[in-house]
Design a protein around this ligand. Sequence first.
Ligand SMILES: O=c1ccn([C@H]2C[C@H](O)[C@@H](COP(=O)(O)OP(=O)(O)OP(=O)(O)O)O2)c(=O)[nH]1
Length: 165
Amino acid sequence: MSNEDPTTDGRGGRAPLTVSVRRLDPDLPLPSYAHPGDAGADLVSAEDVRLGPGERATVRTGIALALPDGYAAFVHPRSGLAARCGVTLVNAPGTVDAGYRGEIKVTLINTDLGEPVKLSRGDRIAQLVVQRVERAVFAEADELPDSRRGRGGFGSTGGFAAGDR
Ligand SMILES: O=c1ccn([C@H]2C[C@H](O)[C@@H](COP(=O)(O)OP(=O)(O)OP(=O)(O)O)O2)c(=O)[nH]1
């Protein structure tokens, strides 16, 4: 039996987490990181999609996951698609629960009000960030401890002209 700690790679770094993936569409790739150190693994579209100006669509990715307990995956937009075409996610980031075994889907929206966007099957449409998450116990309290921010909420620190009127 090995005494090695499975959470380390034996060279002082963290061992990668293995996540089981089912390919619901065998011709599409598994999620993959474009570069070492990338936080998000690209997800591709399983279908051809045309998004008219301002239109949204929920798009299949052809994969299903089994995340270990204590982890979640977050579906984030791709910055290039957002900057070039105005395509982002309606619910960014989408939350994929550890217990979810269905197909990962991505709800895209074309925020460009002038131009339609065409995406093809196999195009990279979003990125998946896998993270450890805490499960909180919500303990009711009559008083909360003081803090510097206190009750100062939305925009309370200023910093944008339109909100400083
Ligand atoms: O962008 C996303 C977001 C979620 N999901 C899947 C995984 C997630 O575990 C499930 C439910 O998502 P969420 O909890 O955000 O949806 P809800 O509207 O709160 O539904 P529910 O009542 O099922 O929790 O849908 C996706 O495939 N893509």
